[in-house]
Design a protein around this ligand. Structure first.
Ligand SMILES: Nc1nc2c(c(=O)[nH]1)N[C@H]1C(S)=C(S)[C@@H](COP(=O)(O)OP(=O)(O)OC[C@H]3O[C@@H](n4cnc5c(=O)[nH]c(N)nc54)[C@H](O)[C@@H]3O)O[C@H]1N2
Ligand SMILES: Nc1nc2c(c(=O)[nH]1)N[C@H]1C(S)=C(S)[C@@H](COP(=O)(O)OP(=O)(O)OC[C@H]3O[C@@H](n4cnc5c(=O)[nH]c(N)nc54)[C@H](O)[C@@H]3O)O[C@H]1N2
Ligand code: SF4
Ligand SMILES: [Mo]
Length: 684
C-alpha cells in the first residue's frame, strides 16, 4: 500500500511516498516538482527499510543495574516511574532547574520541540536546551534581527544563485534540485566555499574563501554595491533604516582592503557583487558552513543585508519571508516561575529572539555540570541527540556526562551517549510516528509526518514518551492527549484545519496563497518595522549595531594563536550523503567497507610529510588527537585539510570533535568555532 509522509532521516524533511506491505516498510520515494527521471536519489531513504529494521535498533527500555553496571531490560511502566522518581528527587534536593532536557536535531523542531518545553515549564525547569547555537538557529536570529524572520531562497525561479557555505547536493536534495533546475533555465550559479565541492565544480564562479571569513566578503560586496550605486534605491529609501551608517562601516571593507585576508582577488569580489546586484531575481542559499564560527551572528547579518540592499527580499526568485500559521502556544512558558533563570542566561537576546526557540546554547549544559555555573545540573535527559560525538570538545563533554548524577537517553540506537546513560528509552523512527512537520508551524503549507508502519519492538514515538512521562509527573490535565492526532488537532485549532483534513488533501494544506512583497501591506517584524541595517536593540545590549563596525575582525579560527605548533588548517568536512551527523554508521548497506571517513590533504602538503593516499594519519590540536585515513586531493587549498564529519560513532578514534573547542563563544549566540581549527598531522 502507498502512503504519504515526510522523511526525517535528515533535517531536509522531504515529502515522500512509501510502499508498505503487511506493516513492513518496503521502499520509499521522494516527491519533487521534477519528473521522476530527473529526481535526485537519496541513499539514506533508499536504505530506510534497513535502518528501520536494523538489528541494532533499541527495542526495550533499559536500566543500569547499580551492582553490576550493566543494562537490564525493563518495562515502560517501570522505566518511566524511575525517570519521574529521579526528576522529583533532584527537584527536592537541588531545585527543579537542576534537571535539563537536551534536544538534538533529529525528530524535528516543530511540535516535538514544544512538548518537552511544555513538560519542563510545568515541572519548573527553564532548561530545555537545543543545539541551535551551532546549527542554523544563530543564523535564524541574524535574519530576524535584519528583517523579522528567516527568509527562504526560492532558487527554482532565480536567475542568479549564490550558494554560500552550503552543500545541498549532499544535505538537502530538494534544494539541490531547485538549483539544477534554475541552472538549466540559464541561471548563474556562484558557490562560496573553501572546498571544491561537487556544486563548486558545476558553478559559473567559485570563490574559495578563507574559512570563517565570510563576513568580510559580505561587507566587501556591500561596499562595492553601495559605491557603484548598484543597490535598489526605492527599497532602501522606503523600507530600511541605517543605510548611511552601513555605508560608513562597509567603506572600511573595500574589496581591495579585504581580498588578501580572505584569500580572494579584489576582481573576484567585485564580479560577484555586480552579478548578484544586477541579475534579477537573485537568491542566496546560506548554510551551515557559516554557522559553526564565533562570528556567525554578524557574518550572517551581513550576508542577510545583501538581500534587501539589492531588492531581492520577499520577491519571487529571491529570498521569501514565511507566512506562519496561527497555532496554539504549546509551551506554556507562563507556567514557569518568573525567577527561574536558565543555564543559558548569559545569552538573553538569543534566548528570547523568537517566541518558540527558547534556549539553544548546549555548551552551557557542560559548564553547568562541570563548573556548576551559573548553578549545578544534576540530571540531563538527552532526546534525539548524540552530544558525546556531536558537541564541540568531546573530552570535556564526556567528562560532564560522566559526572552528572542522572543521565536518561531517548534514542533509536545504543549511541556513544546512550552507553553512558542510567536509563535508555527506545524511540520509534520517523516512519513509526505521526507529528507536525517543523516547516508547517513556521510556514505554509502544513505538512504531516504520518505513522506508516507500527513502532518496532517496544519502541515508542517521542510524543508518547513525553506525554507519558508528563502524566507520571502529575501533569495529566495539561497532557490529556492519548494520540498524536489529538495533540496536533489541539495545536492546530486556530487554523481551522485538523489532521483528518490534512490527510484528505494529500498530506499538505496551504492556509494562504503564497504572497510576495508582503512589506507593501505590513511592516517588517522588527522594532522599527523596517529592515534594520542598524540595530538600536543590539546597540542597547552592548553589541555591534552594524556588523563589524569596529573596522576589523579578530580571526575566528580555533588555535590560530598557536599556528607555529599547529600549522595546518582543518575544516570540519562536508556532510556525507549516506549519513546524518553521527547516524547510520551501523547500517551495512550505507557503510561500505571501502568508503570510511577520510581526511583530504593537498598533495603538496602530503609530499612534505611523506603521506600517501590510504595511509592512516594522526591529526592533533591542543584538545586531542584522532586517527583517520588520508586521501590526497586538490579539493582543498594547500595548507588546509578537510576532515570527514560524523565518524565518532563508528569509532571513538575518528571523532572529529575530539579536536574542536568550546572555549571562546560568541557573546550573542554562544557559538564557538568548531568548523575550522589549526592542527598538525603525521603519518602513524
Ligand atoms: N565538528 C562538527 N560538529 C558538529 C557539526 C559539524 O558539522 N562539525 N554539525 C553540528 C550540527 S549542524 C548539528 S545539528 C549537530 C547534530 O547533533 P545531534 O543532534 O547530536 O546529531 P545526530 O548525530 O544526528 O544525533 C541524532 C540522534 O538521534 C537519534 N534519532 C534519530 N531519529 C530519532 C527520533 O525520531 N527520536 C529519537 N528520540 N531519536 C532519534 C539518532 O539515532 C542519533 O543518535 O552536530 C553539530 N556538531
Ligand atoms: N546527508 C546529510 N544531510 C544532512 C546532514 C548530514 O549530516 N548528512 N545534516 C543536516 C543538518 S543537521 C544540517 S545543519 C544541514 C547542513 O547542511 P549544509 O548547510 O549543506 O552544511 P555542510 O555540508 O556541513 O557544509 C556546507 C559547506 O560549507 C563549507 N564550509 C566550511 N567552512 C566554511 C566557511 O567558513 N565558509 C564557507 N562559505 N563555507 C564553508 C563546507 O566545505 C561545505 O561544503 O544538513 C542537514 N542534512
Ligand atoms: S534528503 Fe534524504 S534523508 Fe534527508 S529528508 Fe530527504 S529523503 Fe530523507
Ligand atoms: Mo544541523
Amino acid at each position: 500500500m502507498e502512503k504519504d509522509t515526510v522523511c526525517r532521516l535528515c533535517s531536509s524533511c522531504c515529502p515522500i511516498t512509501v510502499d508498505v506491505v503487511d506493516g513492513k516498510l518496503i521502499s520509499a520515494q521522494r516527491k519533487s516538482f521534477l519528473d521522476k527521471d530527473k529526481r535526485l536519489v537519496c541513499p539514506k531513504l533508499k536504505a530506510a527499510p534497513d535502518i528501520v529494521s536494523s538489528p541494532t535498533r533499541l527495542t526495550v527500555p533499559l536500566v543500569r543495574d547499580s551492582a553490576t553496571g550493566d543494562f537490564c531490560e525493563t518495562t515502560w511502566e517501570e522505566a518511566l516511574r524511575l525517570v519521574a522518581q529521579k526528576f522529583n528527587y533532584h527537584k527536592k534536593h537541588s531545585g527543579a532547574e537542576s534537571v535539563a532536557w537536551l534536544r538534538g536535531m533529529a525528530a524535528d523542531w516543530g511540535a516535538p520541540w514544544d512538548y518537552p518545553n511544555r513538560l519542563m515549564n510545568l515541572f519548573g525547569s527553564p532548561n530545555t536546551i537545543g543545539n541551535g547555537s551551532i546549527c542554523f538557529v544563530a543564523r535564524d536570529m541574524a535574519h530576524c534581527y535584519v528583517y523579522g524572520s528567516m527568509a527562504f531562497p526560492e532558487a527554482k525561479n532565480s536567475r542568479c544563485i549564490i550558494v554560500w557555505g552550503k552543500n545541498d547536493v549532499n544535505t538537502a536534495l530538494g534544494a539541490a534540485e531547485a538549483i539544477f533546475f534554475a541552472k538549466e533555465q540559464g541561471a548563474k550559479l556562484i558557490v562560496i566555499d573553501p572546498v571544491e565541492t561537487a556544486l563548486a565544480k558545476k558553478a559559473d564562479i567559485w570563490l574559495r574563501i578563507r574559512p570563517g571569513h565570510d563576513g568580510l566578503l559580505a561587507m566587501a560586496m556591500i561596499d562595492e554595491i553601495i559605491e557603484k550605486e548598484l543597490y535598489d534605491n526605492d527599497f532602501v529609501d522606503g523600507y530600511t533604516t541605517g543605510f548611511e551608517r552601513l555605508k560608513e562601516v562597509s567603506a572600511n571593507y573595500s574589496a581591495d582592503k579585504v581580498a588578501n585576508q580572505i584569500w580572494l582577488k579584489p576582481r573576484q569580489i567585485r564580479e560577484v557583487a555586480h552579478l548578484y546586484a544586477t541579475i534579477k531575481p537573485a537568491s542566496i542559499i546560506d548554510g551551515n558552513g557559516l554557522d559553526m564560527h564565533r562570528h556567525v551572528f554578524d557574518t550572517t547579518r551581513a550576508v542577510a543585508f545583501l538581500r534587501p540592499l539589492t531588492g531581492n527580499l520577499d520577491t519571487s526568485g529571491g529570498d521569501v519571508l514565511p507566512q506562519p500559521i496561527p497555532v496554539k502556544d504549546m509551551q506554556l512558558r507562563d507556567r514557569l516561575p518568573k525567577e527561574a533563570l536558565p543555564i543559558t542566561s548569559a545569552f538573553p537576546l538569543f534566548n528570547t529572539f523568537s517566541p518558540t526557540w527558547g534556549n539553544q546554547v548546549q555548551g552551557c549544559i557542560v559548564d553547568a555540570i562541570l563548573e556548576e555555573k551559573p548553578y549545578p545540573l544534576k540530571m540531563v535527559v538527552v532526546q534525539s541527540g548524540n552530544p558525546v560525538v556531536t558537541m564541540a570538545d568531546s573530552k570535556r563533554t564526556r567528562a560532564a556526562f560522566d559526572k552528572v548524577d542522572t543521565l536518561v537517553v531517548i534514542d533509536m540506537f545504543m549511541t556513544e551517549t546512550a552507553r553512558m546513560a542510567d536509563i535508555v528509552l527506545p524511540a520509534a523512527s520517523c516512519f513509526e510516528k505521526t507529528q507536525l512537520n517543523r516547516a508547517s508551524i513556521r510556514n505554509n503549507p502544513i505538512i504531516l509526518q504520518n505513522e506508516v508502519i507500527p513502532p518496532v519492538g517496544q519502541s515508542w514515538p517521542d510524543w508518547k514518551i513525553t506525554f507519558a512521562l508528563a502524566r507520571e509527573l502529575g501533569f495529566s490535565n495539561e497532557f490529556p492527549w492519548q494520540t498524536a492526532e489529538e495533540a496536533i488537532d489541539y495545536q492546530l485549532e486556530p487554523t481551522g484545519v485538523d489532521v483528518q483534513s490534512i490527510r484528505n488533501q494529500h498530506n499538505a494544506v496551504r492556509l494562504e496563497e503564497l504572497q510576495y512583497e508582503k512589506y507593501l501591506q505590513q511592516p517588517f517584524n522588527t522594532p522599527t518595522g523596517k529592515v534594520e541595517f542598524y540595530s538600536e536593540r543590539l546597540a542597547q545590549a552592548g553589541f555591534a549595531a552594524v556588523p563589524f563596525e569596529e573596522g576589523k575582525i579578530e580571526n575566528p579560527i580555533s588555535f590560530f594563536d598557536q599556528a607555529d605548533e599547529y600549522p595546518l588548517l582543518g575544516i570540519s568536512g562536508s556532510r556525507d550523503i549516506r549519513f546524518t551527523n553521527s547516524q547510520f554508521r551501523t547500517v551495512p548497506t550505507l557503510l561500505e567497507k571501502s568508503s570510511k571517513g577520510k581526511v583530504d590533504i593537498h598533495p603538496r602538503d602530503a609530499a612534505l610529510l611523506g603521506i600517501l593516499s590510504g595511509d592512516v594519519v594522526e591529526i592533533t590540536t591542543p584538545k586531542g588527537s584522532i586517527e583517520i585515513e588520508a586521501e590526497l586531493s586538490t579539493v582543498v587549498r594547500q595548507g588546509s585539510m578537510r576532515i570527514a564529519w560524523g565518524w565518532g560513532e563508528y569509532s571513538k578514534s575518528c571523532n572529529l570533535n575530539t579536536l574542536t573547542e568550546d572555549d571562546a563563544r560568541s557573546p550573542v549566540t554562544g557559538t564557538s568555532t568548531s568548523r575550522s581549527f589549526m592542527c598538525r598531522i603525521k603519518k602513524v
